[in-house]
Design a protein around this ligand. Structure first.
Ligand code: GDP
Length: 360
């Protein structure tokens, strides 16, 4: 499943946000694994299409796509010096598909900032620097090893060249993800070396309640991290929202000019950053969203449900959600010719409602 690692300086509101994240009782009922690991929180990807599908099919249950967040504590200024970032930290962050940095923008005299002042820009730079230094340490060893290998094996030469290109980028103070292929860095190869800054970044700005409606501030913070995605929320408010009924939560959000919670936005942003989409299945038991990459074919998508579905794939019966929604029933959609039979080369579209046919 999609996993996003949460990092940030101390006292920026990581734990508060994380507690809100793991407080989702609705989710815990459907996904028992959501509460197994203390530092893992699972967030549903909000998807109003599922309610409508459940209505059409009389489904008992709704299972949204999910995004997992891993709380990765242990990064402070200077963390990569001396003992380094710590093995647990490195292992956790290497497993993550993306890195989400929580950045403090809220002012509160009672909550000490580690650097004594509130500066999103310098906080972001501090974390970048630590990750870049960690990557440079990893590379130092890798380059020595690859140099030896390249002397014996011709195939290792491109690997060495890639490592050296990565080293150059990092020495310039840039992340590998931001520099990417234009700088001569193959990200997949660099990732295989265990380099952390190959991952996409998402920034969560933890704001005061009055900053939540400050468009000027948000637009300057957005510019600060562009082209990376930015999410704005108030971690304490997110906690409060979790304790409210959906109706009260909605009303509260509207008071701040928002239509969805910050955590919902974060789940959506995670999907966007990683280039993911969902397709849907529906029946009397459940209406469910499944996570796939953009451009995946029907058999690949079937494989997310079960590898047997992919191996024995015959065809897929597909109707787009908007057509089904408009027609109101599967029978009406079929009668109107809106239900298609697609083969193994079909490229999945977001919102496809699917039933796979397969051999076992
Ligand atoms: P962490 O060290 O990054 O995990 O930060 P915590 O979540 O423990 O928060 C540190 C302190 O800041 C706690 O006292 C929180 O109650 C407080 N805090 C967290 N989010 C906010 C916020 O949005 N506004 C204000 N005023 N305080 C917050």
């Amino acid at each position: 499943a999609l996993t996003i690692g949460i990092v940030g300086l101390p006292n920026v509101g990581k734990s508060t946000m994380f507690n809100a994240l793991t407080k989702n009782n609705v989710l815990a009922a459907n996904y028992p694994f959501a509460t197994i690991e203390p530092n893992v929180g699972v967030v549903p990807l909000p998807d109003s299409r599922l309610e409508r599908l459940a209505e059409i099919h009389g489904s008992e249950k709704i299972l949204p796509a999910t995004v997992s967040f891993v709380d990765i504590a242990g990064i402070v200024r200077g963390a990569s010096e001396g003992e380094g970032l710590g093995n647990k930290f490195l292992a956790n962050i290497r497993e993550a598909d993306a890195i989400c940095q929580v950045v403090r923008a809220f002012e509160d005299g009672d909550v000490v900032h580690v650097d004594g002042k509130i500066s999103p820009e310098s906080d972001i730079e501090t974390i970048h620097t630590e990750l870049i230094l960690a990557d440079l340490q990893t590379l130092e060893k890798a380059v020595v090893r690859l140099e030896k290998e390249a002397r014996i094996k011709k195939e290792s030469k491109p690997l060495l060249e890639n490592a050296l290109a990565a080293q150059k980028v990092l020495e310039e103070g840039r992340t590998l993800y931001a520099a990417g292929p234009p700088a001569g860095v193959d990200l997949a190869e660099a990732k295989a070396l265990g380099l952390l800054t190959t991952k996409p970044f998402i920034y969560v700005f933890n704001l005061d309640e009055d900053q939540l409606t400050d468009e000027g501030l948000q637009s300057s913070l957005r510019d600060l991290v562009a082209p990376a995605d930015a999410v704005f929320l108030n971690a304490k408010l997110e906690m409060d929202l979790m304790d409210m009924s959906p109706e009260d939560a909605q009303e509260m959000l509207e008071g701040f000019g928002a239509t969805e919670s910050g955590l919902d936005q974060l789940a959506r942003t995670g999907f966007h950053t990683l280039g993911l989409q969902t397709y849907l299945t529906a029946g009397p038991k459940e209406s469910r969203a499944w996570t796939i990459g953009q451009g995946w074919t029907a058999p690949q998508a079937a494989g997310v449900i079960h590898t047997d579905f992919q191996r024995g794939f015959i065809k897929a019966e597909i109707v787009s959600f908007s057509d089904l929604d408009e027609m109101g029933t599967m029978a009406a959609a079929k009668a109107a010719g809106k239900v298609r039979m697609e083969g193994k080369d079909y490229v999945m579209q977001d919102g496809d409602v699917v039933e796979f046919r397969f051999n076992v």
